[in-house]
Design a binder for this molecule. Structure first.
Ligand code: NAP
Ligand code: SF4
Length: 675
């Protein structure tokens, strides 16, 4: 029998436990761990991933004490009462044959409350509170808190703990001169700065003995000024090894770093070389992380000897069955994480429960339940964009007889266009996933089929209208001038665009189009490092060097009618917006808000701006002014209400404003789960 991914799926002996494979589900805060009444949901979420075959699950961060809470009343494990909740999680995972370790995370100066503490009283640029410097007494108490928390984790049934020491949290703050300005035995040279984490590991070992899995997550690249050098990082790793950890997990970049480390434009496995260097320094196994999202990439990392394990957090949110699909030769059925952050990190930053754009069941396993239908129906779905695809495949999975009509020659809708944007190539994976799923669940796909209202007479029990959107054509004089192009003509039809361009509309698509026009064809890891000034050998502090500068490929004006606020050029994503903005600024883009459009002619685009008439001397004007719903097939009354109960409307056809794939996939899945 063929063995798929033989290196990735080989067992690994970590000392206290032997794992069935080398896939570690990395820690990811979901919001469920913060409230005791959500532990049942948390248990189901992890149990589904354990059933899906992952070697080891790491929970979201649990604080060892109240000062370490990420936000007020965050998840903790510091009393016997807490043990009961955690046991629900560990039992559920063990029942499925899985292994689970709890992450202990003290937020330090990233804590979002006024009781935060750190190595020194140095405020973080991403937090309004200034931390109090920890006294010697508090440091010693905190070491005890870590040890007690680990003992309780063992009582709760965890197979081990991971000490969170990267991404700029408390222990990372002690390790680096950026925050650690102390002059006592906990500050100064690296041997002093690393004393706190090393003492924590020793205290944990003393309290739980040798037979309990202990993982430390260490920052290999801080990517901030005042971060550590390679020698300091290796010295720390060796000291942690000597103190008794079983596995070194790796982290890249502090949360306040202004270099992208996980968004979709970061090349896959961009940081594997740094992990490979660390592996050569240690005897214990080392785990690679960041932007690893397919079994092929993960297998290659292990096969090349760059790491012993591979951590994937978001990819396991996107597909709980990732490992089982890979192991049984069904990797093409994996619902791949596209690194958009829209439903996971962006939700957490907005204090909402995490889920996944491509998998709305993530963290909602007990609420969005897809069961076989007791009443088989004949269902028509019109439109093969994200909403239609989610509805059609979910309905067919439930046993319905589903026909999906798509007017164009391919599925994917707006997502297909998004996939053409440099740095959004991952979006193609979602289209591949649905293409495969359509075939697997037996949806009858009719491409190049434009449906008219008359075609939908009485043949179908349910009709799902997912006809999407058309680009809005604003009322501006001269819009029929040859220099005016729609975003679809630029992205999908690849019409030629000149060197001076005005983009009308600075929403998500205006930003995408600007990036497309400025983009450098080289997407290699080397080019990514040069563009962002990453020194992966960490010869400089924090692994920072100067970004390589190139003359911009085009002169672009990005325009909107609203006043230009701070967020102009960032787009909708909280955790990815700053990346777009920096990239656009580096290319000299000019962003103008408060613009009144007057006309387009041979001279260019005429506007009023700050009370003055101006002409932007551009070769092309590209319209990215939002969309309007296509609802022709819907039987509606004068108020727009649907008059026939067989009809349902989802996605952009339902509501064009703020349309995104997250809402489309969720709406399609939820509707199909009820029919
Ligand atoms: P959008 O985000 O709603 O932006 C539309 C832009 O057009 C705005 O800047 C708006 O600014 C302008 N506009 C609206 N009506 C106009 C008119 N009549 N004349 C001139 N300008 C007008 O829409 P979009 O850029 O088409 O994006 C569509 C959806 O896809 C959005 O919800 C977006 O979140 C999503 N998307 C997401 C991403 C992502 O990376 N997550 C990327 C692309 C798209 P003013 O009204 O101020 O002029
Ligand atoms: Fe990945 Fe986006 Fe899903 Fe987050 S929301 S897990 S980044 S696909």
């Amino acid at each position: 029998m063929t063995q798929f991914y033989p290196n990735l799926l080989a067992p690994i002996d970590l000392g206290p436990v032997t794992l069935k494979n080398r896939v570690l589900m990395g820690s990811m805060h979901t919001g469920l761990e913060d409230r005791f009444f959500n532990y049942g949901k948390l248990a189901s979420y992890f149990a589904e991933r354990a059933r899906g075959g992952v070697g080891l699950i790491i929970t979201g961060g649990i604080s060892p004490n109240r000062r370490g809470w990420l936000a007020p009343a965050g998840g903790t494990l510091n009393t016997r009462l807490d043990v009961f909740n955690h046991r629900r999680v560990t039992s559920a995972v063990h029942r499925e044959g899985g292994r689970i370790a709890m992450q202990i995370l003290h937020a330090g100066r990233y804590a979002y409350h006024p009781f935060q503490v750190s190595a020194s009283s140095v405020k973080s640029p991403i937090n309004p509170f200034t931390p109090r410097e920890m006294s010697e007494k508090l440091i010693l108490e905190t070491i005890d808190d870590y040890a007690r928390c680990t003992q309780l984790a063992r009582e709760a049934g965890y197979d081990g703990v991971e000490i969170m020491g990267s991404e700029g949290y408390l222990l990372n703050q002690f390790l680096c001169k950026r925050v650690n300005k102390r002059e006592d035995r906990w500050g100064g040279p690296i041997e002093n700065r690393m004393l706190f984490p090393v003492e924590i590991v020793k205290a944990i070992r003393k309290s739980v003995g040798q037979d309990f899995l202990l993982i430390y997550r260490l920052s290999l690249l801080d990517l901030v000024e005042g971060g550590n050098t390679w020698d300091e990082i290796v010295t720390t790793a060796k000291a942690l090894e000597a103190a008794g950890i079983n596995l070194l997990n790796t982290g890249i970049g502090w949360h306040e770093a202004r270099i992208p480390t996980i968004v979709t434009s970061v090349p896959r496995a961009a940081f594997r070389a740094t992990t490979a260097r660390m592996r050569k320094e240690l005897r214990i196994p080392v785990c690679a992380s960041n932007r690893i999202n397919t079994p092929e990439v993960a297998e290659d990392i292990i096969a090349c000897g760059d790491a012993d394990m591979v951590s994937m957090a978001r990819p396991l949110l996107a597909d709980a069955e990732f490992v089982n699909k890979a192991a049984t030769g069904r990797a093409d059925e994996i619902n791949t994480c596209i690194a958009c952050n829209q439903a996971c990190l962006d939700h957490i930053f907005s204090m909402k429960r995490a889920t996944c754009l491509v998998n709305p069941r993530a963290c909602h396993e007990t609420e969005l339940v897809i069961l076989p239908s007791q009443n088989k129906k004949k269902i028509a779905v019109i439109g093969g964009g994200m909403a239609g695809l989610a509805a059609a495949t979910t309905a067919a999975e439930r046993g319905h007889d589903v026909t999906l009509f798509e007017a164009s020659s391919a599925i994917g809708g707006q997502f297909r266009m998004a996939a053409t944007i440099p740095g959004k190539e991952e979006f193609r994976e979602t289209i591949r996933y649905f293409d495969k799923r359509i075939k697997r669940v037996g949806v009858k796909l009719k491409l190049n089929t434009k449906i008219e209202a008359a075609d939908l007479s009485t043949d179908f029990d349910e009709i799902i209208v997912a006809t999407g959107v058309v680009p809005r054509r604003p009322a501006i004089e001269g819009l029929d001038h040859p220099k005016v192009l729609s975003y679809a003509e630029v992205l999908a039809e690849r019409k030629a665009v000149g060197s001076k361009v005005a983009v009308i509309g600075a929403g998500g698509i205006g930003i995408d189009v600007s990036e497309f026009l400025l983009h450098d064809a080289d997407q290699s890891i080397e080019s990514f490092e040069k563009a962002w000034g990453i020194d992966s050998k960490v010869t400089h502090e924090g692994g920072l060097t100067s970004p390589e500068k190139h003359p911009p490929r085009r002169e672009i004006w990005l325009l909107q009618r609203k006043p230009a606020g701070k967020s102009m050029g960032s787009g909708p994503g909280k955790s990815s917006g700053w990346v777009h903005k920096i990239a656009l600024n580096q290319n000299g883009i000019r962003m103008l808000g408060g613009v009144e459009y007057q006309k387009v002619d041979d001279q260019g685009l005429h506007i009023m701006h700050e009370g003055q008439a101006k002409v932007l001397p551009v070769d092309n004007v590209i319209i990215c002014a939002g969309q309007e719903s296509v609802r022709d097939l819907l039987p509606v009354d004068e108020a727009g209400k649907i008059t026939n109960a067989r009809y349902h409307v989802i996605g952009g056809a339902d509501f064009a404003a703020e349309l995104d794939a997250k809402r489309a996939i969720q709406q399609g899945t939820e509707l199909a789960s009820r029919l």
